[in-house]
Ligand binder design. Structure first.
Ligand code: SF4
Length: 393
């Protein structure tokens, strides 16, 4: 894959040395065990894969907006203004734009409606379109499924920019519906089996189905694609369940399932898979707590948190400043969407063992900041330099 020159402010000498060393030792990316950082009374286990993905580095190179508050604040300081917030709410009306303005399309891509509006305003978007190729791959998959006359079921967060963009691109080719989770998939299945009357669908899935969607006709042949950053196990469970629903309804055996269900692989991107697999491997280490660093509205980061939470106390923070002291941490609860304060988050046991990872839009500099802050509580300030040396040979 193409290599990018990430701006120095996002880089970390320590993380760069660690990633380089791990890459050299494991060129085929087969070893998912975490990197052990021995800081005396503090042991940190750093996930094998984390941080900036291809799409984010590509977008930053073209000057980009991503789900990371530090990166976005930096862009705003350079005069970049946001036209919409992450929910799609207008911040600057499009009619204030002039043909000479430069509009950047984010890595998530955008809807065909927005592309059209920008074209009508005379704005050229091609040069500054940072849509990630892995998102475009989902659009291509949708088109392929549509060509075979399947309705497209999109597993994603209905309000997320990427899912809105995928929905827009998919629905020009075929009827499309978004399901946000297994609970909603269960409800969708009831319309497939006829357990629920079609008339209820339109209210229940309001804002999540394409224009002219016909429940009777459009749920007879279906295929699933997903937002690139969903939890792999959720996506698999949803696809398996829908396949089972279709084979049950039409009394099909495995060889004939494609008559009603497009049997394709998930559309998660490589970074989602690598980062989630690295967390799963990291969780095999016995530890006291996990820290996950990333933007609070970042989908891929929240799934890493979800995986860790199942196993041990997990603190989701967006930078090291949220670690207030060795006793207090301010962290985000993505279930309630609130930041909360936890006291005595570090247990009495020594050495303290911490699992650490970050999301695909999180600069490595922030992860190094967390390591330094934690090391500081154990009077190990110099140890970072020692670690850099250690990983540089
Ligand atoms: S998370 Fe995946 S799809 Fe999203 S920008 Fe990164 S590489 Fe692309």
């Amino acid at each position: 894959m193409k290599q990018f020159e990430v701006p120095i402010i996002y880089r970390s000498p320590l993380i760069t040395a660690i990633k380089k060393k791990r890459k050299e030792m494991d060129k085929m990316k087969k070893d998912f065990t975490p990197t052990h950082l021995d800081l005396g009374l503090l042991h940190i286990y750093l996930a094998r894969h984390f941080g900036f993905c291809y799409g984010v580095e590509n977008a930053i190179e073209i000057a980009e907006m991503i789900h990371n508050p530090q990166v976005n604040a930096d862009l705003q300081a350079h005069g970049v203004k946001f036209l919409q917030d992450t929910q799609g709410t207008t911040l600057i009306p499009f009619d204030e734009l002039k043909p000479e303005d430069i509009v950047l399309i984010p890595a998530f891509g955008t809807t065909l409606e927005i592309e059209k509006k920008l074209h009508q305003l005379g704005i050229r978007i091609e040069e500054y379109n940072t849509t990630c190729p892995f998102v475009e791959k989902v659009w291509n998959r949708s088109e392929a499924i549509a060509k075979d006359r399947y309705t497209i079921i999109i597993h994603g967060k209905p309000k997320h920019e990427e899912t809105r963009a995928t929905f827009s691109h998919a629905s020009v080719h075929s009827p499309s519906v978004i399901v946000k989770d297994m609970a909603q998939t269960n409800e969708l299945a009831k319309y497939i089996t006829g357990e629920k009357p079609s008339s209820m669908f339109y209210e229940e899935f309001k804002g999540q189905y394409s224009n002219g969607f016909d429940v009777e006709k459009d749920l007879q042949r279906i295929g699933v694609v997903n937002q690139t950053t969903m939890l792999a196990s959720d996506t698999q469970a949803i696809a398996d369940f829908l396949k089972q629903t279709m084979t049950g309804k039409y009394q099909l055996n495995a060889e004939h399932s494609e008559e009603h269900f497009a049997d394709t692989r998930d559309t998660l991107c490589y970074a989602t898979n690598d980062n989630q697999n690295a967390v799963i491997a990291m969780l095999e280490t016995n530890a006291d707590l996990a820290i996950v660093v990333g933007g609070y509205n970042s989908s891929n980061t929240s799934h890493l948190v979800e995986l860790c939470e199942e196993k041990l106390p997990t603190y989701f923070i967006n930078n090291e400043e949220k670690i207030l002291s060795g006793n207090q941490i301010l962290h985000y609860n993505f279930h309630t969407k609130e930041e909360m304060l936890t006291r005595d988050y570090i247990p009495e046991t020594r050495p303290v063992k911490i699992l650490l990872t970050s999301g695909a839009s999180c600069p490595d500099a922030l992860v190094e900041g967390v390591i330094k802050k934690m090391a500081g509580f154990y009077q190990k300030e110099n140890s970072i330099e020692r670690l850099i040396e250690e990983f540089s040979y």
